[in-house]
Design a protein around this ligand. Structure first.
Ligand SMILES: Cc1ncc(C[n+]2csc(CCOP(=O)(O)OP(=O)(O)O)c2C)c(N)n1
Ligand SMILES: *[C@@H]1O[C@H](CO)[C@@H](O)[C@H](O)[C@H]1NC(C)=O
Ligand SMILES: *[C@@H]1O[C@H](CO)[C@@H](O)[C@H](O)[C@H]1NC(C)=O
Ligand SMILES: [Mg+2]
Length: 576
């Protein structure tokens, strides 16, 4: 009693208030880079029991904090210094906002009494963050910090999740206030759950039951909404084919008999009714329009964001609400009449034939033996060794696109990739976040990060962060000497002789046979140079059995290795 009383009496700093307010909101992880004026915030965060991970660039720190939000449902924090520190984090905020992932950015800023004077790293930070966030504010006084932090955390998670920004000026960080003047704000509960209205449910079911060629599309909104249980019941109970979006992969396992990912183009093109579950009709789904969709396709749109309804295609039924709750509503109705889509339809036959043909084609490419290896061979071998429950991080162009079709996901929220914004450079930050969360929850899951050589370069120095915290991430760099493709060492030498490299070398090229594995060695991790199948399998086995430190497999592949011919080649453009 007495102790509580004396604590109430003491003065507290702005730094302590921020840290304690975040802790009170159940924020567990903070990623950042310290300096003036927020070093005290990082120390106060640690003192309150928040796990602080010091990163090498704020962009990667922000990617990491946002991945925590997606993986755990509670936002992570990215802590940055004023001016350039905050500006580096904008890329991460934009990426989180586009992906609808909750993240809190806390930025120090110059002292309030120096505003407009050309203060050190002075920048209009609250204003700058508006375009990249749902909410951007600076507490007007120290005693307002807990309520602003609560609002930030709540706003990041409620409605469509996204990025938020909280500014704290340098003078506020170390200023003190009597604790008795600060109102404590309790932890905000998980978002309230909303249901679709019965009329729309009835409409939706009428459309679905009339479908000749139905297709469920499962997006990362469904993953965020933890809808895997009801979705499985819907898919299995009604016998419906489903297609996951890249990060919707794993809600139901890729090898589920109703998964038609191997016939993606065909399924999209010929479906007459699409049930869109937490997925947007943006570039990833070709806008829901011809030539990739039937011009008369009927869309049943399930989303928690009202403004999303009708983007690009007017839905036949709009089910506004929590994905998991709305799927349960649909289930309640179909359970009553036991409706099931028949298994012996022409649609299923078409899909299965197409899947068989595509799988055979991919397998033929995978089983080729060439030296150097191709993407297909590398992913085939990796796929055979990856633990079923590993968290797969992936980015690159060919590396990500081909990897997505060949590396299986069996569990929800176990895939993190370049996402809606197609951002290169997210991989290492995501992997660090996933590894930190895995260590915190002690689930014994591996984090495997499959990177193009260009993608890796965007935040390659985060390898030091992995080594420093002994995060046992396995990085596989699929190294083709460039962006999309490259040239071999011999051609590179020849180009050097033809003239000045900056005008001769194709813009896609990177240094041939670059030793990314040595970057890992430099900090005490395990680096492997891999050229053959045998080297790949052995390096991967060793890496997967080491829980003490990270590994990097630098897999040199044929620099002209390419993606197999696509049915809609022009659309591969949109993947770049
Ligand atoms: C931040 C950012 N910068 C640039 C790009 C353009 N871009 C798309 S994919 C890519 C890299 C692809 O090369 P790599 O990672 O080596 O994969 P590969 O296709 O060679 O397997 C780049 C630079 C991007 N998407 N994001
Ligand atoms: C804080 O305020 C309380 C109540 O007004 C007072 O008793 C206490 O002495 C103050 N503490 C400090 C350190 O000023
Ligand atoms: C909506 O449907 C459910 C399930 O059929 C039913 O229990 C509920 O009463 C209905 N609500 C309204 C407002 O009609
Ligand atoms: Mg490459």
């Amino acid at each position: 009693m007495l102790e509580i009383f004396t604590i109430k009496m003491e003065d507290v700093t702005g730094a302590q208030l921020i840290a304690e307010a975040l802790k009170a909101q159940n924020v567990e992880y903070m990623f950042g880079i310290v300096g003036v004026p927020i070093i005290e915030v990082a120390m106060a965060a640690q003192a309150s029991g928040i796990k602080y991970v010091g990163m090498r660039n704020e962009q990667a720190a922000c990617y990491a904090a946002s991945a925590v939000g997606y993986l755990t449902g509670r936002p992570g924090v990215c802590l940055v210094v004023s001016g350039p520190g905050l500006i580096h984090a904008l890329g991460g905020m934009a990426n989180a906002n586009m992906n609808c992932w909750p993240v809190i950015v806390v930025g120090g800023s110059s002292d309030q009494n120096q505003e407009t004077t050309g203060a050190f790293q002075e920048f209009p930070q609250v204003e700058a963050c508006r375009l990249y966030s749902k909410f951007s504010a600076r507490p007007s006084s120290l005693d307002m910090i807990p309520s602003v932090v609560e609002k930030a955390v709540r706003t990041s998670m409620y409605g469509r999740p996204g990025a938020v920004y909280v500014d704290i000026s340098g003078d506020m960080v170390n200023a003190k206030v009597n604790r008795s003047r600060v109102r404590e704000v309790p932890c905000c509960p998980p978002p309230p759950v909303s249901l679709a209205d019965n009329m729309s449910i009835t409409e939706a079911l009428a459309v679905l039951k009339g479908a000749k060629r139905p297709l469920l599309i499962i997006g990362k909104g469904a993953a965020h909404g933890r809808a895997e249980g009801p979705l499985r019941e819907l898919v299995e109970g009604c016998g419906l084919p489903f297609l996951p979006t890249p990060m919707g992969k794993g809600l139901l396992p890729d090898n589920h008999p109703n998964c038609v990912a191997a016939a993606r183009s065909r399924a999209l093109l010929q479906a007459d009714v699409v049930v869109l579950l937490g997925a947007r009709l943006n570039w990833i789904l070709h806008f829901g329009l011809p030539p990739r969709f039937d011009p008369h396709v009927k869309v049943i749109q399930v989303d928690l964001c009202a403004e999303e309804m009708g983007n690009n295609v007017r839905p036949a039924a709009a089910l506004l609400g929590d994905i998991s709750a709305v799927v349960k509503q649909l289930l309640d109705h179909v359970r009553k009449d036991g409706w099931k889509y028949p298994a012996d339809t022409e649609w299923w036959t078409t899909l299965k034939q197409k899947m068989d043909a595509n799988t055979k084609m991919t397998m033929a490419l995978a089983l080729q033996v060439t030296s150097p290896m191709t993407y297909y061979q590398v992913f085939h071998h990796i796929g055979q060794l990856l633990p079923r429950d590993c968290i797969l991080v992936s980015e690159g162009a060919n590396t990500m696109d081909i990897g997505r079709t060949m590396l299986p996901n069996c569990l929800p929220r176990h895939r993190l990739d370049a996402g809606t914004f197609g951002t290169m450079g997210v991989g290492l930050g995501f992997a660090i976040a996933a590894a930190a969360v895995q260590r915190g929850q002690n689930t014994g899951q591996r984090v495997v990060c499959v990177e193009g050589d260009s993608a890796f370069g965007f935040s390659g120095m985060e390898v030091e962060t992995m080594c420093r915290y002994k995060l046992p991430v396995v990085i596989i760099v699929v190294n083709n000497n460039g962006i999309y493709s490259g040239v071999d060492a011999e051609t590179w030498e020849m180009m050097g002789k033809m003239g000045e490299l900056t005008t001769v070398a194709p813009p896609v090229t990177l240094l041939p046979d670059a030793r990314y594995d040595e970057v890992m060695n430099a900090f005490g991790g395990r680096g492997f140079l891999v050229r053959t199948k045998e080297e790949l399998l052995s390096a991967l086995q060793i890496s997967l059995s080491d829980w003490e430190r990270p590994s990097l497999l630098n897999v040199l592949i044929d620099p002209s290795s390419d993606r197999k011919q696509q049915e809609f080649p022009w659309l591969t453009r949109s993947n770049l």
